[in-house]
Design a protein around this ligand. Structure first.
Ligand code: FAD
Length: 494
């Protein structure tokens, strides 16, 4: 019998599985599709305090999230790195003094040691003013971090697996019932229909959390979660510098423009209540128009639908605190424990952010240990995720070392591999000396050696998994390459 069984392979499920197995619990996890196929690959991808949450007095959340920036950066400096955000002051919106006060609080609450502080910008002189419409004079610049969200999930799962957790992908939990003081959990997936027993159940099903309570566990629980859709558009690169923009929109909302995957700019996000099946979430016409209009208020060059190369949408599984507007619903997490060690306990997880996932896991472990007894101490704060075992300031030095050791391979490929896999890039490259040694090409710079690694080490099964979650090569791959990759995966995963 396992100690813990986790439902859901999004960031919350894998973070709890990793923390728990590292403390000595036996852990199983089932994800019904691919890891990170739910909300956790559809984020704006920031490790951030959430400047705007200050307006909603979410001080606990902002404080915890700000402090996590440097913790997580050190944990995975290949997939997490600092960004600078330019916040232009816009007449008729929040006054400069409000922005300055918010940013001073952000700096003060943040526990910053390495991230540079806020500063004021003269946008008539600074390069950041150039892509903007004329008239922007005053701006502020502050720090937050970037995260490759889908890889953040996979690396947590990989680490949990390496420490002994059983990770089942494409495996749905169809039923969970209490029997003789523990849970019997029915699984339907890659291994067919199977059954496991566990002392405690963790419901980290994200947007499906209520469905698990009501359907899988067969309760008639009340509705707890508020589903709030957010969409992004990806357009051809809008400007040359490496900073992001934090823009205020006329409706009081904010949105970001962020350099993305070298050749693109990411713009988002929206906030609207969602009442459909989370599997079917996709950007609406209205959201597309909203984001284009919002961006066109700021950028000098007009952006049209023709510039959009990709869009994605996700559903925030927020705890329903009864807020009137979707953008006001709390972004903080809520953990609800039900049952005890004699009946079999369940911990339901609501809300949360990528940024606070490690802390959410620690909070979950407190509740788990209250039921199952204490094992090891908290440990994740100073550990690294797979491939992240180099210093936060050493990324470029690691790329140079890789280029020296693999001098016949293109520097752009080596840099890309270092960004995705960190020091594990060497595991993928192995003894390869030339491009020919990397195996079959699937367009762009994706070769079968990398694909094989994703299948054997990172649970990739389909072209979607490889092209849109483990990598973003989908942005550069033709339909023919996708078909070839599908055919290759069909033979290598069968
Ligand atoms: P999910 O990632 O959805 O994982 C739940 C998983 O459970 C799914 O993969 C699903 O397939 C699986 N599942 C469900 N039912 C079953 C079952 N019966 N059996 C097996 N598996 C099951 N956070 C930040 O920190 N920074 C940001 O910049 C940011 N931006 C965001 C922008 C948008 C538009 C959105 C939507 C969210 C954003 N977030 C951000 C929040 C963050 O993405 C989410 O809080 C987080 O991804 C939620 O993770 P989760 O594990 O709860 O849910």
């Amino acid at each position: 019998m396992l100690d813990i069984f986790v439902i859901g392979g999004g960031i919350n499920g894998v973070s709890i599985a990793r923390d728990a197995v590292g403390r000595g619990f036996t852990v199983g996890l089932a994800e019904m599709n691919d890891l990170a196929s739910g909300t956790s690959s559809a984020a704006t991808k920031l490790i951030h305090g959430g400047l705007r949450y200050l307006e909603h007095y979410e001080f606990r959340l902002v404080h915890e999230a700000l402090a996590e920036r440097e913790v997580l950066w050190a944990t995975a400096p290949h997939i997490i790195w600092p960004l600078r955000f330019v916040l232009p002051h816009q007449k008729g919106m929040r006054p400069a003094v409000v922005l300055r006060t918010g940013l001073a609080m952000y700096d003060y609450m943040g526990g910053r040691k390495l991230l540079p502080p806020t500063k004021t910008l003269d946008l008539t002189k600074d390069e950041a003013g150039k892509p903007l419409k004329p008239g922007h004079k005053l701006g502020f610049e502050y720090s937050d971090c970037w995260v490759n969200d889908a890889r953040f999930v996979v690396l947590n799962a990989r680490d949990a697996g390496d420490r002994g957790a059983e990770i089942h992908v494409r495996t749905k939990v169809t039923a969970a019932r209490r029997e003789e003081g523990a849970w019997t959990i029915e699984l339907d997936g890659e291994a067919g229909k199977t059954r496991v027993r566990a002392k405690m159940l963790i419901n980290a099903a994200g947007p499906w959390v209520d469905e698990v309570i009501n359907g899988v566990m067969g309760k008639n629980g009340k509705h707890n979660v508020r589903l709030v859709q957010g969409s992004h558009i990806v357009v051809k690169k809008l400007y040359e510098h490496d900073r992001c923009y934090f823009f205020q929109n006329g409706d009081g909302r904010i949105f970001f423009a962020i350099p993305y995957e070298d050749d693109f700019t990411l713009i988002g996000t929206t906030d609207r209540d969602f009442h459909d099946d989370p599997r079917n979430v996709k950007i609406s016409e209205e959201e597309t128009s909203y984001l284009l209009a919002a961006a066109n208020e700021y950028f000098a060059d007009t952006i049209t639908r023709d510039d959009i190369v990709w869009t994605y949408s996700g559903v925030r599984p927020l705890y329903d605190d009864g807020a009137s507007a979707a953008q006001e619903a709390t972004r903080d997490y809520v953990l609800k424990l039900e049952g005890d060690s004699s009946t079999g306990a369940v911990l339901n997880i609501f809300g949360g952010k990528l940024t606070t996932s490690r802390r959410l896991a620690e909070a979950a472990l407190e509740k788990i240990e209250a039921i199952l007894g204490q094992r090891g101490a908290a440990w994740t704060k100073t550990s690294t995720l797979p491939g992240g075992d180099f210093g936060v300031k050493s990324f470029d030095a690691e790329v140079r070392r890789l280029a020296k050791d693999y001098s016949a391979l293109p520097p752009s490929l080596l840099r890309r591999l270092m960004r995705l896999y960190g020091t594990k890039a060497r595991v993928i490259l192995g003894t390869a000396q030339t491009i020919a040694d990397l195996g079959r090409s699937f367009g762009s710079d994706l070769y079968s050696r990398e694909v094989d690694y994703l299948v054997t080490q990172e649970w990739a099964r389909t072209a979607q998994d490889v092209l849109w979650r483990r990598t973003k090569q989908g942005l550069r791959t033709s339909a023919e390459d996708v078909a070839q990759l599908e055919a290759y995966l069909a033979t290598s995963t069968s």
